[in-house]
Design a protein around this ligand. Sequence first.
Ligand code: ATR
Length: 280
Amino acid sequence: MTTSLNRYAVFGQPIKHSKSPRIHQLFAEQTGQDLQYTAQEVSAEQFTVTAEAFFAQGGKGLNCTVPLKELAWAWATHKTERAELAKAVNTLALQADGSVLGDNTDGCGLVRDLLVNHGIALTEKRILLLGAGGASRGILLPILEQSPACVVIANRTVNKAVQLAAEFVHKGCVSGCGFADLIDYAPFDVILNATSASLSGQLPPLPEDLLAKQGVCYDLAYGNEPTAFVRWGLEQGAIKSLDGLGMLVEQAAEAFFIWRGVRPETQPVIDLLNAERTSL
Ligand code: ATR
């Protein structure tokens, strides 16, 4: 069954607590766009069949979240450069010729949150990226495009950090190491946490004195309470220690722009979501 309704969805597992339907509904109201955006629980095994059916039935675009970003990357026939290098796709967009483009808006969402919402430029800065998994890979190209002085990737499994750095070295100054080696590279102006440690309330084993004076900490994860890494940043004297709520809204805005050609205002949506979590 095809329909003229502009249908969008987020696929993932688990998906019940996803804020994406809310965010896109707010964007649609704000910009006067007529669309429907739903959340659908889709396992890795179901992904290909469900995505194909979604587009065959007239769906216009998808967001993909855990654990589907790598599968969406493999499924998309053509991809943007940032998605290609990320080896992960969070946005699928139906094209005029009927094909589906894969993109990754996570990194530019992070950069926009830092730069536009918080006035934190990455250009010429010394940046520490914690973690060498999918989340780090997904944001590296947009970070390097800001021309930082250097990006040091630190990871528990050192080899993964070294390998990830090697894949991006043609895009800028980037190297990989273990947490214990970090003291040789300090201080850092910006420390980004892209490990999944936050999700279980843990912290990577970080040496003291990593953060420069006037330094900034940013956790890609977010929650109703400050994450362990956000608290660590404050203890280290960060002038700002932020979580990833702004990045979530910004990556959604970029997807909305790709689909609808209209860029929504993000600050009112960020303010609303922030107010809701502090009132819990
Ligand atoms: P994601 O897609 O969220 O990046 P992932 O690809 O599984 O998930 O990567 C998780 C990252 O968090 C990895 O860099 C992992 O380190 P390892 O490569 O050594 O496994 C890191 N990580 C997870 N828990 C951690 C912890 N408690 N301390 C430090 N690093 C941790």
